[in-house]
Each structure stands twice: as C-alpha cells, then as structure tokens.
Design a binder for this molecule. Structure first.
Ligand SMILES: Cc1cc2nc3c(=O)[nH]c(=O)nc-3n(C[C@H](O)[C@H](O)[C@H](O)COP(=O)(O)O)c2cc1C
Length: 252
C-alpha cells in the first residue's frame, strides 16, 4: 500500500467530539474556504454554500436543536448548504424562468457538489492536525433548523461540521472488511449475515469515548436495533422540508 501524508491523514480519520478552547486562525479559515471553493462541481454550477456560525446565540440554538454538547461549543461550527437559490437568482435577474432548478436531478447535482466540498474541507482539516465531527443532527428538527438559519427557498442545510484542536484521542473505528463493500464489475448479491461474525467481534472491541468510554455493540446488533427500528422522529419532516424549499418538485 502507498503511504504519503494525505493518505496517512485519511487512514487515521476519527471523529473528534472534544476540543481545546481555541478557534481557527485567519489563515486556517482562509485555507478551508479555498479548499471548499476549488472542489469539483457538477456541470460547473457551483451549487454549494458554506456558512461559518460564529454568533454565540445562534451556536447555542443550533447546539440545542442538535442536542449534542460539543456542537457550537469549543472550536468552529460550519453548516454546508445545498444551494440552488443563487443560480435561480442569476436566472431571474437576467430575465429567465426557473428552468430545471426544482427538479430532483438538479437537486442531486447540488447535493453531490456540497458533499464533495464537505469531504475536501474535512481532509484539509485533518491535514492541519485539526479534528472534526460531521453533524447529521442539524436535521434532527429540520423545520426548526431551517427557521433558525433563516435560509431562502431552494436551499437545504445538509450537514454540519464541528472543527477544532482535538482534546481527545479516540480509537480508530473498525470498518467493514472490503470484501463486503467493494466489487469488481458485478455487484455480489449473495450476502450472508453469518459472514459478519468476525467483524461483529472486532466492533465490540471499540471503546466509544462518546458514551462514557464503553464498548459498543456489534455491528449487526446496531443495525437490527434502534438505528433502523421504526420510530417517530422529527427527521421525518425532511420530505416536507424539501417541498417547502421548492426542491424536488417533479416527484410524483
Ligand atoms: C453523514 C454523517 C452524519 C453524522 N452525524 C453525526 C452527529 O450528528 N453527531 C456525531 O457525534 N457524529 C456524527 N457522525 C459521525 C459518525 O458517528 C462517525 O463517523 C462514525 O461513527 C465512524 O466513526 P469515526 O468517524 O470516528 O471513524 C456523522 C457521520 C456522518 C458521515
């Protein structure tokens, strides 16, 4: 296997949930913005927007909605926004109609842009010996979060990122063996859960610093447990949110 500083940083990835009381320097922030900016973009539409949340009251409200104490606490908080508003404005202000901005196709392209930019920034963060944690919880209460961020139609805050100087050293979290997740030419459909026995065992050796340094449950127990069990959650507002934002309106 090849090793260089980029690959080593990627292979060393761990989510960081405890940070020193320090914010990014101007130079670090500028660097992350430039990396964000230069990410590939579908059809050169540039459909991603990055918000740096520095206002304390906003950070506190976002932390409350995410219900995770490290959100908007020490370090820097970013929200990655799927953004079709800007291009709609370009069309409107230059006398054109909305065209395809409300289609699922264009929405997906904007999601792709935004998530590529996300991981590009994440890699840059780790290359600077900083840490981050992705924040899917920004959509635990999607309608409230939208109101808090006061975003225009045709935008969708897809993922948050808390960034900072690590104040913890979590274990590397073991991933599925590649034979389950990578195929050559043909998708292998003969998956058998029994083949996960060894991996299940490995997962239970991981200590979760998030949960008072306890071992975690096996992978199959996590998947058959609460994560995917039917339950009511405000996250089910997501289709309503997309509709409210006038995204994916072509779905019938
Ligand atoms: C899309 C996405 C959303 C996530 N949301 C959260 C979150 O809201 N809070 C959190 O603490 N971790 C979150 N994570 C981090 C995962 O829990 C973490 O990546 C996973 O357990 C693997 O651990 P590792 O990143 O340390 O390797 C998220 C990760 C992804 C990819």
């Amino acid at each position: 296997m090849i090793h260089n500083s980029t690959i080593d940083a990627q292979l060393n990835h761990r989510s960081i949930r405890k940070y020193k009381d320090k914010t990014l320097s101007k130079e670090q922030l500028e660097t992350l913005y430039e990396v964000f900016r230069q990410t590939p973009t579908s059809m050169f539409m540039q459909n991603a927007t990055l918000m740096h949340i520095t206002d304390e009251a906003k950070r506190a409200k976002i932390r409350e909605l995410c219900n995770q104490k490290y959100v908007g606490a020490e370090g820097d908080l970013f929200i990655f926004v799927v953004d079709l508003y800007r291009n709609q404005q370009i069309r409107h202000q230059l006398g054109k109609d909305d065209g395809r901005v409300h289609t699922t196709d264009i929405f997906f392209q904007a999601v792709e842009d935004t998530l590529l930019a996300y991981q590009n920034v994440a890699n840059a963060v780790e290359s600077m010996d900083l840490g981050y944690v992705p924040l899917g919880t920004i959509n635990d209460h999607p309608l409230e979060m939208l109101a808090e961020l006061d975003l225009p139609k045709l935008t969708f805050p897809i993922l948050g990122m808390q960034v900072g100087v690590p104040d913890q050293a979590p274990q590397l979290k073991p991933r599925l063996p590649l034979k389950f997740t990578t195929f050559e030419n043909e998708y292998s459909k003969d998956f058998n859960v029994k083949d996960l026995a060894d991996y299940d065992q490995v997962v239970t050796t991981y200590y979760d610093l998030r949960d008072s340094n306890k071992r975690i449950d096996s992978f199959t127990n996590q998947i058959t447990g609460a994560k995917l069990a039917k339950h009511e959650t405000d996250r089910d507002e997501l289709p309503e949110l997309l509709h409210k934002q006038e995204l994916c309106l072509d779905w019938k």
